[in-house]
Write a protein of this length. Structure first.
Length: 665
């Protein structure tokens, strides 16, 4: 929750109404449902204030006029912004509104045509036809535009058919005889005098090793076959490597159990898949969200957005955190019958309360509600009184669901049914789960239009939303992690950022990194946010911050199996042999220095590719360099950090990217 949110203020006010007796009763509760029942009357005093739909015919009309002016002046970016704004706010509940919408979309397709964005022209024409109120007299225009796109893409057969369609549609055009003849001859000229198109398809960068998961993990379907999940009473569940895993390997590719776009990004990123879009598709009923395709619009409208259309702006305006939106989405994305059916199963599971390790022989899938339901809540550590705030929030979210029609049109706000109590109790559990398990969804943004692939350009990673990834949520934290994450849409991709040996724990990172935050701050941060004390090597051994690392220092591990001893050498001051203080074995230093000397050639080459934006080549050389660094030395080491940083940048560039980001359409 933001510091000064309305909700928080109302929440404090409501909680202040509780008597000491109420608080004691609350502390004595053992079940979420009891907590909801106990607090409903107090929590229902928090107002649910309806927000207007965000649709306006006049604003849409104004956007069309502005857009047309920009189009005529060949200011296509500005024209697009206006048409997009008009499309989002245009009402769709009257014939007049739908007709205006189709004209806005058609005009936008003309703008995309001028920008050689032919795929987008096709999508907009499909959109016009799906809305269905485009004036018949104008139909020839969209067929003609579509035919020209086929021409530009050298698709002769479809171009021919579509030109014919344009000619046929001219019978509805309101043209006089002379105008009609002129148009027909114009189209026939286009058919006859085709110039070979110079348009090249953009290179599609492969974004993941699609072969990784074929024959992959049979139990945890989103992970690489060389990962398994272990359990320890102190650490809970965590990931380990079955076999050695090299640097750069994708070890998790996971769709979210649920994902939410943050408030600031609802007009730039698709509500359904979180991808940024320059071609928004509108919700027919509200002007508060966008979709990146008709397909996403339909999938959202048939599931969560059907209910959230009315309630999401209220939730955002309340200032509640994104975890609250996710706790609600975990419900709104399924019909309430689904949870009623699961009720008995969940209650049976809960009786057997230590279901920490997933039930053997069951497939662990991120779309399975039971999987999400049993994610870590650190329930033994939570003080009962702390749940008062979460319970009040769960009741507010339940009331929003009622307001949005989740339980049907006739439910009352001032009373709560058993079914509603059950749903609210699930929300209360979701809030606790999300506190420890949610992940940011991010994209790279570059404000400079036109610079796309040069890695050296100034992209900034921005959080666009949050998601729950039940497989990734099983990874424990280290301040020196084994992985880097990025998103493609709302899909999470996780790659190794160092070589991992068979049997090693594979670590995630929850925010604090040893190179940029000192140990006390990291430990405090992790304790406050995730409720555990960090004992990773950087915390235990107090590794220095990157700025304090000595570039002349090299650490080498003793070669005796399982011996933890490390030698520290200095580049210009070393002896050929060293003896281990721990197991007394003697280690020859020369092979290590020889191994590391390969970097003198490799790293400048890698940097050169990196600077030129040749990311594939740079990636290969940096991965090779990292393997050498880990083979012949041990962290902390400034070269390792630098190479890992480069690799992270290169990997993250394979994910979501938005060029020419425009704030607030
Ligand atoms: C996202 S969950 C990770 C999976 C969790 N271990 C489980 O059993 O489901 C985060 C929680 O795991 C535990 N955890 C994560 N990293 C840890 C670490 N390095 N040491 C101890 N506990 C850790 C903490 O309880 C933390 O709140």
């Amino acid at each position: 929750m933001t510091k000064s949110s309305h909700f928080q203020k109302y929440c404090e006010k409501a909680i202040a109404k509780l008597s000491e007796d109420d608080v004691d009763k609350f502390k004595a509760t053992t079940r979420e449902e009891e907590r909801i029942k106990l607090l409903y009357d107090v929590a229902k005093t928090i107002p649910v204030v309806p927000v207007n739909s965000g649709k306006s015919f006049d604003q849409a009309q104004e956007a069309k006029i502005n857009g047309n002016k920009f189009f005529a002046a060949k200011k296509y970016t500005e024209a697009l912004n206006e048409y997009n704004r008009g499309i989002i706010v245009c009402p769709q509940d009257t014939d007049k509104g739908r007709e205006l919408l189709t004209i806005l979309i058609s005009n936008r397709s003309a703008t995309f045509f001028e920008q050689d964005e032919f795929r987008k022209v096709f999508d907009d024409i499909d959109y016009v036809l799906a809305v269905g109120s485009y004036p018949q007299k104008l139909h020839y225009k969209i067929w003609l535009r579509k035919a020209k796109c086929y021409d530009a893409l050298n698709n002769e057969k479809y171009a021919e058919e579509t030109y014919e369609l344009a000619i046929k549609s001219l019978k509805h055009a309101e043209l006089d005889e002379k105008g009609l003849a002129k148009k027909i001859s114009e189209i026939q000229d286009l058919q006859k005098n085709k110039k070979p198109s110079s348009f090249k398809n953009h290179e599609v960068i492969p974004v993941s090793n699609s072969d990784v998961f074929t024959g992959g993990n049979k139990e945890y379907v989103a992970t690489h076959k060389n990962i398994y999940f272990d359990y320890d009473p102190l650490l809970g569940r965590f990931a380990r490597a079955v076999e050695n895993i090299e640097t750069g390997v994708i070890i998790v590719e996971e769709n979210p159990h649920c994902a939410v776009v943050s408030h600031e990004n609802t007009l730039s990123n698709c509500q359904f898949c979180c991808s940024s879009t320059k071609q928004p598709f509108a919700c027919p009923h509200c002007g508060h969200v966008v979709f990146c395709s008709l397909n996403c619009e339909r999938k959202a409208s048939m599931t969560f957005h059907r209910v959230e259309c009315k309630l999401q702006p209220i939730l955002f305006l309340s200032g509640a955190s994104i975890n609250c939106s996710m706790a609600l989405r975990m419900i709104s994305q399924k019909p309430h019958g689904f949870f009623q059916q699961k009720k008995k199963l969940l209650k049976d599971f809960l009786k057997d309360s230590c279901k920490k390790v997933p039930i053997k022989n069951q497939i662990y899938r991120s779309d399975d509600y039971v999987t999400a339901f049993f994610l870590c809540r650190n329930e033994q550590m939570r003080k009962k009184g702390e749940l008062v705030h979460y319970s009040v929030m769960a009741i507010f979210l339940l009331r929003l669901l009622k307001f949005g029609g989740y339980f049907g049109p006739t439910v009352k706000d001032d009373v709560v049914s058993e079914e509603e109590v059950f749903i609210s109790s699930l929300i209360l559990r979701h809030l606790q789960i999300l506190q420890f398990n949610s992940h940011e969804i991010s994209e790279l943004r570059n404000m400079v239009e036109g610079v796309v692939d040069g890695i050296q350009t100034s992209y900034k990673s921005e959080c666009i939303g949050a998601g729950l990834y039940p497989t990734l949520a099983l990874f424990n934290h280290s301040c020196d992690p084994s992985i880097v994450r990025y998103n493609i849409g709302n899909r999470m991709i996780v790659r190794t950022i160092k070589p991992v040996k068979a049997g090693d724990i594979v670590y995630e990172n929850y925010g604090p990194i040893y190179t940029s935050m000192d140990v006390d701050e990291r430990r405090t941060n992790l304790q406050e946010r995730y409720w555990f004390e960090c004992y990773c090597p950087p915390c235990q051994e107090e590794w220095p911050l990157f700025d304090n690392m000595d570039p002349n220092q090299i650490k080498i591990g003793c070669q005796t199996e399982n011996c933890p001893f490390e030698f520290t050498l200095y580049r210009d001051d070393f002896c050929p042999y060293m003896q281990c203080d721990y197991c007394n074995s003697v280690v020859k230093i020369f092979p290590y220095l020889k191994g590391l000397s390969q970097l003198a050639l490799l790293l400048p080459k890698a940097e050169n590719f990196y600077a030129k934006g040749e990311s594939r080549e740079a990636m290969k050389l940096f991965m090779q360099s990292l393997d050498i660094l880990y083979k012949y030395s041990k962290p902390p080491c400034p070269d390792m950090v630098k190479v890992q940083q480069r690799l992270k940048t290169l990997f993250v560039h394979l994910g979501n990217k938005q060029v020419g980001y425009v704030q607030n359409l």
